[in-house]
Design a protein around this ligand. Structure first.
Ligand SMILES: Cc1cc2nc3c(=O)[nH]c(=O)nc-3n(C[C@H](O)[C@H](O)[C@H](O)COP(=O)(O)OP(=O)(O)OC[C@H]3O[C@@H](n4cnc5c(N)ncnc54)[C@H](O)[C@@H]3O)c2cc1C
Length: 401
């Protein structure tokens, strides 16, 4: 199957109908006429990361591949109404581009400068701002202990902000279905193989789905599937809590702010609502229950720090909260994308560790190209290949939040 186009009569099975699976199904159908069967165990997407995300997009990464993926995906999301139109229906995801603002103390300023130099070489516009610049631009922000900020700007080739991720998932899904993909509510639990190749996927209900090629895009739950094929994927379900706040009013021009201590916040609309969160306190354990949001994290740790950084946050109200899983790649916190080593016809797109929604258009297209033709055409995403695990060559990304 390598380097030759897959015959449209072949059976493709995608396990997982989140944004990655749905995007890949959409590109397979429209670019190659390949109508995948997408197995999704929960059509309500109650625990899917794509439905519980904060849905932000940035070019402020420290690796070229992540910057390029994000640029390509941004161009797609800017134009999603056109690209994923189904008849007269043009999907809308409410993309806004106020930027990400990374703040650094003296200790972190050099890293911001180095990252900005790489981002500039890739055509991503990022402004370095002194404490004075920050105070002028964002008068509501305390620059206490801040040595430097870096702010992503909106240009033809770059832009940072956020959008409605669930609408993006549904847009890909509807587009894929309109072009012949089949979404089936079923859970994949095992595979039948012959001579190193999978020839069918077994569902929990005991059905066997014929497969000439399989994509594992099961997000935080991808490891057990690879495990059934004898491959140990370093992807774990790591809970992240999100708090929705009502403040006394909006903060003019507020970007997604990342504090040196690790917390972040961003507006949610323009009437003084905000989302915020931080990495967990203590050990980052696997599969912590999603219905147990750590409210102590907000009351004891997050709120005092929010109020120090933005004095207006001294008065606010938590209006809701939720938790979702990062499909966390414990090896190097970057997507694992490409062929599953040791197998002939199994592919993986998982492990994005908190940046999968923004990467879905570029990675989904890359996966479709790889599955259909055996190679990448539009953007070579092979730096995210799984071979780096056996080679013990992590792709180190310094900007993981
Ligand atoms: C709190 C939070 C904030 C985030 N913020 C951002 C952000 O700002 N920007 C960003 O880009 N990303 C963010 N992310 C990450 C992003 O949401 C994910 O990277 C992305 O949604 C992953 O998409 P996916 O399709 O791989 O996984 P999912 O959306 O989880 O989809 C996987 C699907 O597979 C199904 N499935 C699992 N096992 C099986 C099986 N055996 N058989 C059949 N179906 C199965 C599941 O039901 C699920 O629907 C955030 C995530 C969280 C939790």
């Amino acid at each position: 199957m390598r380097n030759q186009q897959l015959d449209p009569s072949r059976h493709l099975v995608i396990i997982g109908g989140g944004v990655m699976g749905a995007a890949t199904a959409s590109f397979l159908a429209t670019r190659y006429g390949l109508r995948a069967t997408v197995l999704e165990r929960d059509a309500s997407y109650a625990t899917a990361s794509s439905a519980l995300s904060v849905c932000a997009i940035r070019q402020q990464f420290s690796t070229e591949i992540n910057i390029r993926i994000s640029q390509q995906s941004l161009a797609f999301y800017r134009d999603i109404g056109e690209r994923l139109a189904v008849g007269a229906d043009r999907p809308s995801i409410g993309l806004v581009e106020p930027g990400y603002l990374y703040l650094a103390t003296d200790a972190g300023a050099r890293v911001l400068q180095e990252n900005q130099a790489l981002q500039a070489r890739c055509g991503a516009a990022v402004a370095l701002l002194s404490p004075h610049d920050l105070a002028v631009r964002f008068p509501w922000l305390s620059t206490e202990q801040i040595a430097l900020g870096s702010l992503g700007l909106s240009t033809a080739t770059s832009g940072e902000g956020w959008f409605d991720g669930y609408s993006a998932l549904q847009a890909f899904r509807q587009h894929a279905i309109a072009h012949g993909a089949r979404f089936v509510e079923a859970e994949a639990v095992d595979f039948h193989t012959r001579h190193g190749a999978v020839h069918s996927v077994v569902t929990r209900q005991g059905d066997r789905i014929a497969a000439d090629a399989v994509l594992i895009a099961a997000g935080a739950w991808s490891s057990p599937l690879a495990g059934a094929l004898g491959v140990d994927l370093p992807i774990r379900a790591r809970k992240r809590d999100v708090f929705a706040l009502q403040a006394n009013g909006p903060l003019p021009g507020c970007p997604l702010v990342i504090d040196p201590s690790g917390f972040w916040f961003r507006p949610d609309g323009d009437t003084g609502q905000f989302l915020c969160g931080s990495p967990p306190r203590g050990a980052d354990i696997d599969e912590a229950p999603l219905d147990q949001v750590d409210h102590g994290l907000f009351d004891e740790w997050l709120w005092p720090r929010l109020a120090e950084r933005v004095p207006q946050f001294d008065a606010l109200r938590v209006t809701s909260s939720w938790a979702g899983y990062y499909e966390y790649n414990t090896f190097d916190q970057n997507g694992l994308v490409g062929r599953l080593p040791g197998t002939d016809n199994v592919f993986v797109a998982a492990g994005f560790s908190g940046h999968g929604l923004q990467q879905a258009p570029a990675v989904g297209l890359g996966m479709a190209e790889l599955i259909a033709t055996g190679t990448y055409h539009t953007l070579d995403v092979s730096p995210l290949g799984l071979e780096r695990i056996a080679a013990n060559a992590p792709l180190v990304e310094r900007n993981v939040i």
